[in-house]
Design a binder for this molecule. Structure first.
Ligand SMILES: *Cc1c(COP(=O)(O)O)cnc(C)c1O
Length: 424
């Protein structure tokens, strides 16, 4: 069972911090995403403390991976704490800048940066491009030369280690599309040093997401440390090591190493290099800082099983159908203490629209509220309007207060986004 301490049950009623979820549901309607501001801040501070205590002489920069949850209220919260951003598109640079994250704390990852995006990133003056291929490097050099500026780069190195996570979120094996193979890294850096308007400054690695063990990080960082030594021997001035994100969270009963243990591994493998260390956590900052609240539409008795049919679907939360992901499912108000076994499903016309099979939940009836836990990361950001269902609104709670931080769109807004050409 996940422990989301900022979403406790008190006298069988579920709260987000000090606000009853039923109270938010009454005012906002269901479904909605709900984030705890305090949980986000606490997670950020845990990272800060772990890394500043461990890597005392080295500057550490936390670059929050915006793709996990790009809501402006989330980004503003992190910006105020001093966070930087790891971005994967021009849109995410714009989101980060709008929330007040300074350009010199932005690192730009992604395998397919296009010319206009590179131009925008250079004009903003971001801290570093994490370059994933030689063709990308050449394009960055051309654009920087045209703009009469210099692009600071690191190569994202594919260290060929197995992250022991779901295949769709594993990125550091040689068969994955990400990064430059470590065997070709020295050549790539020599090429970079020879190109105009490129400043070689760092090395970057990110091996996957939802890692539950430290050993893959340790192996990857060991390989990166050796590479940094080689690169320095080749005459490159390497002052930054970006160690990526990927630390997992507890969705059900996974034991996750602490941020302190993670920082200790990083120090042991990389501390002697005297580099600025960048970390890019996403899920581990946001995942357990959010829940998705829905209502039971019907309880349907099939031939072999009972279905709990919710007003939230795979369009709102795709993780169960895309990654076979487990999310705990809890009655918001445990009015009935008897547990029943349900298949928990959504309204979308796809068999894949199933959140859980044969799951024990407090006996529920039409209209009851159900919380899908651990939905703060890779939840709202991956939502779509499939079946012309309105995107679920997002709510943020801080102590006794809550605010809608993204409204539910109206049907008019969604339908009027289309246009019909006059030749129809
Ligand atoms: C997705 C991603 C992250 C964040 O991963 P989490 O598992 O959410 O911590 C960090 N860096 C890069 C390059 C990514 O693509």
């Amino acid at each position: 069972m996940t422990t989301q301490k900022h979403f406790p049950h008190i006298n069988d009623k579920m709260f987000a911090e000090n606000v009853a979820l039923s109270n938010i549901a009454r005012q906002v309607g269901t479904p909605f995403y709900c984030y705890s501001n305090t949980a986000i801040c606490q997670n950020y501070k845990d990272y800060q403390q772990a890394f500043s205590a461990t890597l005392v002489d080295q500057e550490t920069l936390i670059c929050y991976a915006v793709k996990a949850n790009g809501n402006q209220a989330v980004l503003s919260t992190l910006a105020k704490l001093g966070s930087g951003a790891d971005v994967v598109s021009e849109g995410e640079i714009r989101r980060a800048r709008t929330a007040g994250i300074p350009a010199n704390k932005i690192v730009y990852s992604g395998v397919a940066k296009i010319e206009s995006e590179i131009e925008y990133a250079l004009s903003e003056g971001i801290f570093q491009f994490n370059v994933e291929s030689e063709p990308e490097l050449e394009l960055i050099s051309q654009v920087a030369t045209r703009l009469k500026t210099v692009a600071a780069i690191a190569f994202r190195i594919n260290p060929d280690v197995c992250a022991n996570t779901h295949a769709k979120i594993s990125t550091g094996k040689s068969e994955n599309k990400f990064g430059v193979p470590i065997s070709k890294a020295r050549l790539a850096y020599n090429r970079a040093a020879s190109l105009p308007n490129i400043k070689v400054q760092g090395v970057d690695v990110h091996i996957g997401s939802q890692l539950t063990q430290l050993a893959p990080f340790e192996e990857a960082y060991k390989r990166i440390a050796l590479l940094v030594s080689d690169l320095r021997e080749d005459g490159h001035d390497i002052s930054v090591v970006d160690i990526g994100g990927g630390l997992g969270i507890t969705y059900s009963d996974e034991h996750i190493p602490s941020k302190q243990e993670y920082a200790t591994i990083a120090k042991a493998q990389l501390g002697h290099l005297n580099c600025k260390i960048i970390i890019e956590p996403g899920r581990s900052l946001l995942g357990n800082a959010g829940v998705l609240v829905s209502s039971v539409v019907f309880v349907k008795t099939g031939e072999e099983r009972q279905f709990l049919i919710l007003d939230v679907g795979m369009n709102d939360l795709i993780r169960p159908s895309m990654y076979e992901a487990h999310h705990d499912i809890l009655a918001v108000d445990k009015t009935n203490t008897e547990l029943k076994t349900y298949d928990v499903v959504g309204p979308v016309c796809e068999t894949g629209d199933t959140f859980a099979k044969a799951r024990q939940v407090n006996e529920s009836k039409s209209g009851d509220l159900i919380a899908i836990m651990s939905c703060g990361a890779y939840g709202a950001v991956m939502a779509s309007t499939y079946n012309t269902r309105m995107l679920a609104p997002e709510v943020m709670v801080k102590e006794n207060d809550f605010a809608v931080v993204r409204q539910r769109p109206t049907y008019e807004e969604v339908i009027n986004a289309d246009s019909v050409p006059n030749w129809i």
